[in-house]
Design a protein around this ligand. Sequence first.
Ligand SMILES: [Zn+2]
Length: 354
Amino acid sequence: MESVCRGNSTVGSNPTLSATPSSNKSSGIPGPPPSNAHILFSRRIVPNGSSKQGMKRLTSILLFALFLQASIAQEALQTEAGSPQVSYRNGTIAEGTDWETRFYISDSGKPGPTVLIIGGMHGNEPAGSRAAEQILHWPIVSGKLVVVPRANVLALAANKRLIPGQPRGSGDLNRNFPQSHTSSATEVSPRGQPAAALWGFATKVQPDWVLDLHEGYEFHRSHKPPDGKKKSVGSSIIYRGGPELDPLAKRVVAAADATVTDPAKRFSLLRRGPVDSGLARACINVMGAEAVILETTFKDQPMALRTRQHRAMANVILNHIGLINSDCTDHQDQDLKSGIEPIMLQPEITPRFP
Ligand SMILES: [Zn+2]
């Protein structure tokens, strides 16, 4: 859900990108991220020249290093037999930190837009994460699809909107991205290390389009929020209104509305554009990307419906810009020919599909 709030401290960070798999951790904000990926390759090995055992050990280590290198190369670039032109890559953002998270890249090898899809920016909005996990398997026909399904792993693990343990005012990950309208991403700073890591990744990706998947707690922005609570934007697409995107946004809403029968649960067009200091807005301002926020509602709706609404909306946009050329809303790719392993949200935050 998007609602405006912001703080004002700035913390530098040095995000790391790696193609090495690792598991997500679940608590605490540690110090600077260790960089351990290179250690295996930089450690000096001094054999005992007079010892056969030493030579044996050296040989074993060299063989292990070769094996390791081959494994990493295999993970870094996997090609599906049926679609030789599409290559797949995945890795970890901010590896070694408590907020490290996986990314997945499908590259068609053909000209086209680079699309960045983000899920799980707010930890109590798991349908965005789940939908992103599904969308990353979609068969692209042009451009490049980059997916970060669990942007805010700490908050997702806690099932909270905010990053646990962060100072008040800076816990909302999607209010920590650069607000400056400068033309160079290096001239602006995100706030806090988790945002810095994501921002560092986004600036490397240089997306043409960003789809940021969220959820609200009420169906329509016309609701009256409880005391002390900010208004929910409701089920909606938040985009920059104008002749260029209005027709597309209407089709996005129509696709989402096809999943609901109750008129009170219909989706809204919010033409004001993504919230300032959010990742989507920062990608618009700094990189000149187009970006939208897609919102479903977690109130009284099963996860299966909410993820379907996200997929239905993403399907319209990705077809419109040519990344896919078929209806992928219900695309299933459980055999995972792409080589991309399925990732599961933690059971306590992901109700079973009904
Ligand atoms: Zn949200």
